[in-house]
Design a protein around this ligand. Structure first.
Ligand code: ZN
Length: 364
């Protein structure tokens, strides 16, 4: 989740909550713009869905065609967005969607699953066993304040501003559609779980669904297609700025170090364009290493996590610019969503083993 939708400073706290906060309504796909399609390898497509007005970013959805049906990695954040992707799939093949993988519990990667289950009642929906547990309770609770309080309040304020400024009408309509969609999602849970490996032979495709250690969440799943050298990693890293809320710092770095050993030509992150080399992976790992090492030293010196952040940030400048190209909104996302949140978890981890519970967003 990146900061691409920061429009004004005053909505940032709201946006932060909403991004991780999480229908059978008759909305059809044409209510939303068509997702951008890019072909990563023959028959493997990335679909990138536009932002939801100014209140949410959607996750990437990746589609793998085969002679024996379709594999979908991540199912978008709303049924309408998933319907738009499914509309594109129908243009590519008349074969059914047989397998879905949801990479982790964040809403923008699985709230569209109902669309596929309605169209293909036999579809197998895969997630890590811990992700399914989180989806069925803690994730819904985590999303509740955003959905029931923060988003409706934001919409009320935006309605007032739009009454005085008609240029806000389009974004208001998008935001309303988003709230309507998310309020009426029929949560559709995985019906297949795995703990560290699940191998799918789908027509000519060999797909390895893997989990190493806890990383951005307790149950991150990623998919590796060794023949095509394509790796689908959800939010294990994000292009450009990784979103480190409630992560598992040491295990996350070890996960990325193992992933780095895979032979790949293309890496698709949970958001943003596909990567064709490992530069961003390596740079993000370097940031993690600095934060693990210097966070520990700062804590031993008695600094708070916030003081540690101020002390460490100047030394991260070159790595930051490598990731953000010094774009101000991206720099802000780097400071908050990567450095601040990761560092708070480094501190938590030093206090004792981390549980699988979803941690609160650190106060600003
Ligand atoms: Zn995401």
């Amino acid at each position: 989740m990146s900061s691409a939708i920061v429009k004004s400073a005053d909505m940032r706290p709201f946006r932060t909550v909403l991004l991780v906060a999480a229908c059978s309504m008759t909305l059809s796909a044409q209510n939303r713009r068509v997702p951008a399609k890019s072909e990563l390898a023959p028959g493997i497509f990335l679909f990138a869905t536009p932002n939801y007005g100014d209140v949410g970013l959607d996750g990437n959805s990746i589609v793998v065609l085969s002679s024996d049906g379709v594999f979908v990695f991540d199912t978008n954040g709303t049924p309408a967005a998933a319907a738009a992707v499914l509309g594109e799939i129908r243009k590519l093949t008349d074969r059914p969607v047989r397998w879905i993988v949801n990479s982790h519990w964040h809403w923008d990667h699985w709230y569209g699953t109902e669309t596929y289950q309605q169209a293909f009642p036999d579809v197998r929906i895969v997630a890590h066993e811990k992700t399914r547990e989180l989806m069925m309770g803690p994730a819904l609770e985590f999303n509740r304040p955003g959905l029931e309080t923060q988003l409706p309040n934001y919409l009320k304020a935006l309605e007032q501003r739009a009454a005085a400024d008609p240029s806000l009408k389009a974004v208001l309509d998008e935001d309303r559609l988003f709230l309507a969609q998310k309020s009426r999602v029929r949560h559709t849970f995985p019906n297949v779980t795995f703990s560290d490996r699940l191998t799918l032979e789908l027509g000519e495709r060999h797909i390895e669904v893997l989990h190493y250690e806890r990383a951005v969440t307790p149950g991150d799943a990623f998919a590796y297609l060794p023949k095509e050298k394509v790796l689908l990693i959800g939010d294990l890293i994000v292009n450009p700025v990784t979103f480190a809320l409630s992560g598992y710092p040491a295990e996350w770095l070890r996960t990325l170090e193992r992933i780095d050993r895979l032979d790949v030509d293309t890496i698709v992150t949970g958001h943003g364009p596909a990567l064709h080399d490992k530069t961003l992976l390596h740079t993000t790992m370097d940031v993690f290493r600095v934060l693990l090492r210097e966070g520990k030293a700062a804590k031993e010196k008695g600094l708070t996590a916030d003081e540690a952040k101020d002390a460490i940030m100047p030394g991260l400048h070159d790595l930051m610019v490598k990731i953000t190209a010094d774009n101000p909104a991206r720099n802000e996302a780097f400071r908050q969503q990567l450095v601040d949140w990761y560092l708070h978890r480094v501190y938590d981890e030093l206090d004792g083993p981390l549980t699988d519970a979803i941690a609160a967003i650190p106060p600003r």
